[in-house]
Design a protein around this ligand. Structure first.
Ligand SMILES: [Zn+2]
Length: 413
C-alpha cells in the first residue's frame, strides 16, 4: 500500500507544524499548530482528515486542534495533553480578542475538542483510519509523545529531549526503518544539563545571599514547573504567578506523566502561589518569583520587572528561547526593555543583573545524531528546523530528506 507524508507547515521552520499522513484507507494529521507571531501564522489548510494525533500541547503543535475538532474529527492524545491543549486554546482566544486578531476557532470548538477526544495509553497499540500506531514518551514536556507506526516501521518524534529533566524522563530510541525527527537545535549543542542546572541554582542562591530578588520569566507550560523543581532544595521563599499556576495544578492530576511525582508534590507544597493582586506585593518581597510571560511580552512579569529594575542586587534570569523582536530578546541584546505589553512604549534601562541559562526541552545537535544512530534507520526525515542542512551534513550514513511544506514524500515499508 502506498503511503505519503506531507508537511502542511513546520518542515523548514520552527512553528505551525501540521503533518498529513495518507494511504489508500485514510488520512490522518499529526499535530496542527500555530506560530504565535504578530499576527499568528497558520499552516496550509488541512483536508477533512479521519483523525488528528497530537504529540504534545505546545501552541506550535496543538494550537489549531479546535478547528479540526469542530468538524467532528476525533482528536487522539494522552489525557494530559488534551487538558493542556484546552488551556492554551482558551488563551489563544483571549489574546486574539485583546490584540484584535481574527479568532482562529470558536469557544464551541474548544468544547468539541474535549467531546471528540480519544485517550491514549503509552505503548499500547491503536488502529485509526488506516493506520496502526502506538505512542511513546518523548521527554519534552509532561504528556509529550512520539508516534511509532509498526506497519510502516516509521517513527515520528514530535519534539524530543534525550536527557532527564526535573519533570520528564528522557526519550528512548526505537528501532525503525524511517524516522522523522525534529531539528530545532540542528547545528547547536547544549552544555551538559547537570552543569547548567547547578550554575543556575548557584546563581539564584548568590542573588538571595546578597539580599536581592530573582525574577524568572518562564513559559507557563513546563518551564515554570521545571524551575520550581530545580530550586526546591534552596532555603528560600519562592512564588509562582501567571498561567503556570493553572498548569501546575493540571500536572498534579496526572502524576504518572511526571518523572518523580513525589518530588513534584513536595515542590508544590513549598511554593507560594500568588492568588490575588494584593499578593503580588508580598511576592515582590520574596526571594524568587517564577512567572509568565516567558518572553516579557506582557503578563505579571512586567509588574515584577518594574519593581527590581533599578536594584543592582536583584536579578532577572532568562531560561527560555527569546524570539527575534520580542521584549526579552531586546533586553538580552541591549540591556533595555519595555515595562508593559504595549509595543509603542519606551524602553528603560534595566540595572539589575541579567543572565541567560540554556535549559532547553529539545535535544541538541549531537544528542539528535546519537538518537538517530540508536534507532538504526535507513531514512531520516528532518523537520521543525531552520538549520536542517547543518544536521543533514553530519548524517552521511543515512538517506536524509529535507521535505518542504506542501511536497509529499513517499513512505513505504
Ligand atoms: Zn514543543
Amino acid at each position: 500500500m502506498s503511503t505519503s507524508l506531507t508537511f502542511l507547515g513546520g518542515a523548514s521552520e520552527v512553528g505551525r507544524l501540521g503533518t498529513l499522513l495518507e494511504n489508500d484507507d485514510g488520512q490522518i494529521l499529526i499535530d496542527y499548530g500555530l506560530k504565535p507571531d504578530n499576527p499568528p501564522q497558520f499552516p496550509m489548510p488541512a483536508p477533512n482528515v479521519d483523525s488528528l494525533l497530537l504529540t504534545h500541547a505546545h501552541l506550535d503543535h496543538s494550537g489549531l486542534t479546535p478547528s479540526i475538532a469542530s468538524s467532528g474529527t476525533p482528536i487522539c492524545s494522552t489525557p494530559l495533553t488534551i487538558r493542556l491543549a484546552e488551556v492554551l486554546a482558551k488563551d489563544t482566544l483571549k489574546i486574539s480578542q485583546q490584540e484584535g486578531y481574527q479568532e482562529p476557532f470558536t469557544k464551541g470548538a474548544i468544547a468539541e475538542q474535549n467531546t471528540n477526544h480519544f485517550s491514549h495509553k503509552l505503548k499500547k497499540e491503536y488502529y485509526h483510519s488506516g493506520f496502526s500506531y502506538r505512542s511513546l514518551n518523548a521527554g519534552h514536556i509532561p504528556g509529550a509523545v512520539m508516534y511509532h507506526f509498526p506497519e510502516l516501521d516509521f517513527l515520528f518524534t514530535g519534539d524530543i529531549n534525550t536527557v532527564n529533566t526535573g519533570l520528564t524522563k528522557a526519550a528512548k530510541p526505537v528501532s525503525c526503518k524511517t524516522i522523522a525527527i525534529e531539528s530545532t537545535y540542528a547545528g547547536r549543542d547544549h552544555e551538559a544539563r547537570s552543569e547548567i542546572e547547578s550554575h543556575f541554582t548557584d546563581s539564584v542562591e548568590d542573588v538571595i545571599n546578597r539580599g536581592g530578588q530573582v525574577v524568572l520569566p518562564a513559559f507557563a507550560l513546563g518551564r515554570s514547573q521545571e524551575l520550581l523543581m530545580l530550586l526546591r532544595k534552596l532555603d528560600a521563599e519562592i512564588w509562582l504567578d501567571g498561567m503556570g499556576r493553572e498548569i501546575a495544578n493540571i500536572f498534579s492530576r496526572y502524576p504518572r506523566d511526571l518523572r518523580n511525582s513525589g518530588l513534584y508534590f513536595d515542590t508544590l507544597k513549598r511554593t507560594k502561589i500568588v492568588r490575588s493582586w494584593r499578593q503580588r506585593d508580598h511576592a515582590a518581597r520574596g526571594d524568587v518569583i517564577v512567572t509568565t510571560a516567558g518572553m516579557l511580552e506582557g503578563g505579571p512579569v512586567m509588574h515584577y520587572l518594574s519593581k527590581i529594575r533599578k536594584d543592582e542586587n536583584s536579578a532577572m534570569f532568562i531560561t527560555g528561547y527569546q524570539a527575534e523582536g520580542t521584549n526579552g530578546r531586546t533586553l538580552l541584546d541591549t540591556g533595555k526593555a519595555r515595562l508593559d505589553r504595549n509595543k509603542a512604549s519606551p524602553h528603560f534601562d534595566i540595572d539589575c543583573q541579567i543572565e541567560k541559562f540554556d535549559l532547553s526541552g529539545h535535544a541538541g545537535h549531537s544528542q539528535l545524531i546519537d538518537f538517530i544512530d540508536k534507532c538504526q534507520p535507513e531514512n531520516v526525515i528532518l523537520f521543525h528546523g531552520e538549520n536542517r542542512e547543518d544536521l543533514a551534513k553530519d548524517l552521511g550514513d543515512y538517506k536524509v530528506h529535507l521535505p518542504m511544506e506542501g511536497s509529499p514524500l513517499k513512505l513505504d515499508s
